[in-house]
Design a protein around this ligand. Structure first.
Ligand SMILES: N[C@@H](CCC(=O)N[C@@H](CS)C(=O)NCC(=O)O)C(=O)O
Length: 209
């Protein structure tokens, strides 16, 4: 299978980490969703990443839907419990982290694509407030040593790729004190083999404005 997307996309990197964690072999299409948009739109109908091209040519989009497929394929160390409250908890923590990412990305895109005089301050402040609230809530709900207790889950992967993105792109609502537990968790996860195997190469960065 082929993973389409560069790893500066936290939702693309979370797929790569899950693939490595599960030991599922894959190759990569590292063309840029911005500078190679026309070519990638032929693979990914919304011109978004990640996309996963399966061995029979079927294309899966959206990280949650892709992970649903990978979880079905995996035969060990599942990143999500099969059912019940524990599964809901992982899904809710993952949704909080992914929702936070969406608000952070909205700020990054607003600043990247709009000149300062064309930016909506109201929109930026709303997104920043939502991102801060997401980080606060994640911190509040965290059940250590991992995000949801004793084992690594999709929530840890999403939190870790979110923290990387914020530290690289937009860290103004990420507090080293209030969100220290999230930062410590991400630092630990980055040392794990699956995360190291999905490290960014230098070329995989959205151009700076
Ligand atoms: N809900 C989607 C979000 C995908 C997404 O927003 N991808 C970004 C990169 S992180 C993208 O493709 N941005 C380019 C665009 O939306 O035009 C998922 O989880 O896969």
């Amino acid at each position: 299978m082929i993973l389409v997307g560069q790893y500066d996309s936290p939702v693309t990197r979370r797929i790569a980490i899950a693939l490595h964690h599960y030991g599922i072999p894959f190759t990569r299409d590292t063309r840029s969703i911005f500078s190679d948009a026309a070519a990638l739109s032929k693979i990914s109908p919304l011109t978004r990443i990640p996309a996963l091209v399966l061995d029979d040519g079927e294309v899966l989009i959206d990280s949650a839907a892709i992970l649903d497929h990978l979880d079905e394929q995996a035969d060990h160390a599942l990143l999500i419990p099969a059912s019940g409250p524990a599964r809901r908890f992982v899904l809710q923590m993952t949704a909080l982290a992914q929702g936070t990412l969406e608000k952070v990305a909205a700020v990054v895109y607003e600043r990247h694509f709009h000149l300062p005089e064309h930016r909506s301050i109201d929109w930026l402040n709303r997104c920043l407030g939502q991102a801060r609230a997401g980080l606060d809530e994640l911190t509040h709900r965290l059940v250590t040593p991992y995000a949801c207790g004793s084992t690594l889950t999709h929530a840890d992967v999403m939190i870790t790729t979110l923290i990387w993105y914020m530290q690289d792109r937009m860290d103004e609502v990420l507090s080293p004190t209030a969100h220290a537990s999230l930062i410590t968790l991400a630092e630990h996860c980055e040392t794990l083999p699956a995360f190291r195997a999905a490290a960014l190469s230098d070329f995989e960065k959205m151009p700076r404005s």
